[in-house]
Write a protein that binds this ligand. Structure first.
Ligand code: C2E
Ligand code: CA
Ligand code: CA
Ligand code: CA
Length: 278
């Protein structure tokens, strides 16, 4: 039995080693990817639930690694463990501002682009400076940029978190709380955060129409958000039934494969061409 235990431990450490090596591999390749211009932003529309108008887009990171388009789930968590995410995150913010400026110059008046912010970027303490620089460099109105932050990055150090949110708010950018309801669910903090919108997590949208209480949480979040003067965006909207339900509940904006998948900038422009942009 002892022998067996040692073998298992051996396998275990061997496995950990392999994981560490794989991680390092990705880290090295990723830092080169940034220099080589292999990172891309795809854009997924946010659509007015009542109006059907294009209200903006969420920028989602992709890594064009040779013929493969690597989704962020495979490399963002690794980048987030090192300061690499600071470089990548600043690149994302700069690219989003550059895209806004290009669209405005081409006569496509996109109201907003939202970018995701990692906990480490938020904790670094200079996010307001990074954002301000990008806005000035590209001459973009601050209200056109939206930052999606998560509850967990605020709950760790609520004082500093709220302080940074205020500084970003003072710049004039829009703030939304992403994946709402999945983290440390901080109803008590919600009123202290100077945010503009809540994004209801896909996991709650998924339950709409399933069982008698399927939509209970979504419905409650929409009404809570409105009571607090916040807009509500539903993410991961896939079916017509979900759309109809969210519209009836007064949800403000919809995002999901049922409306459109994330796509490269040129495809997004083509998608907008046949539609009203708010
Ligand atoms: P997220 O912020 O919750 O983004 C929504 C994710 O759900 C995206 O996956 C999007 O493609 C996917 N999605 C949207 N609609 C639907 C739907 O109807 N059905 C399904 N099944 N999925 C849908 P993606 O692009 O793979 O991004 C995954 C996560 O990676 C994001 O989750 C976000 O946390 C992170 N991420 C993406 N881009 C960035 C970035 O630039 N910086 C940071 N720090 N994180 C990023
Ligand atoms: Ca997001
Ligand atoms: Ca989300
Ligand atoms: Ca989510």
């Amino acid at each position: 039995a002892k022998e067996q235990g040692r073998n298992r431990l051996c396998f275990f450490t061997h496995d950990l080693n392999r994981q560490a090596v794989a991680r390092l591999d990705i880290e090295v390749a990723l830092s080169q990817a940034l220099d080589r211009g292999e990172l891309r932003l795809h854009y997924q529309p946010k659509v007015g639930a009542a109006s059907g108008r294009v209200m903006g887009a969420e920028a989602l990171l992709r890594w064009q690694r040779g013929a493969d388009l690597v989704p962020p789930g495979l490399f963002v968590p690794i980048a987030e463990q090192s300061s690499l995410i600071l470089e990548i995150g600043a690149w994302v913010i700069d690219q989003a501002c550059a895209q806004l400026a290009r669209w405005r110059a081409d006569g496509l008046a996109m109201p907003r682009i939202a970018v995701n912010v990692a906990a480490r970027q938020f904790a670094a303490g200079d996010l307001d400076r990074v954002v301000g620089q990008a806005l000035r460099r590209h001459g973009v109105p601050p209200a056109c940029l939206e930052l999606e932050v998560t509850e967990s990055m605020l709950i760790d150090r609520p004082g500093e978190g709220v302080d940074m949110l205020r500084r970003l708010k003072d710049l004039g950018v829009k703030l939304s709380l992403d994946d709402f309801g999945t983290g440390y669910s901080s109803l008590a903090y919600l009123r202290q955060f100077p945010i503009d919108a809540l994004k209801v997590d896909k996991s709650f949208v998924d339950h709409i129409g399933i069982g008698p209480d399927g939509s209970a949480i979504v419905d409650a979040v929409i009404s809570l958000a409105h009571r607090l003067g916040l807009a509500v965006v539903a993410e991961g909207v896939e079916t017509p039934a979900q759309q109809a339900h969210l519209r009836a509940q007064g949800c403000d904006e919809l995002q999901g494969y049922g409306l459109a998948r994330p796509m490269p900038a040129d495809a997004f422009e083509a998608w907008c061409a046949g539609r009203e942009v708010a």
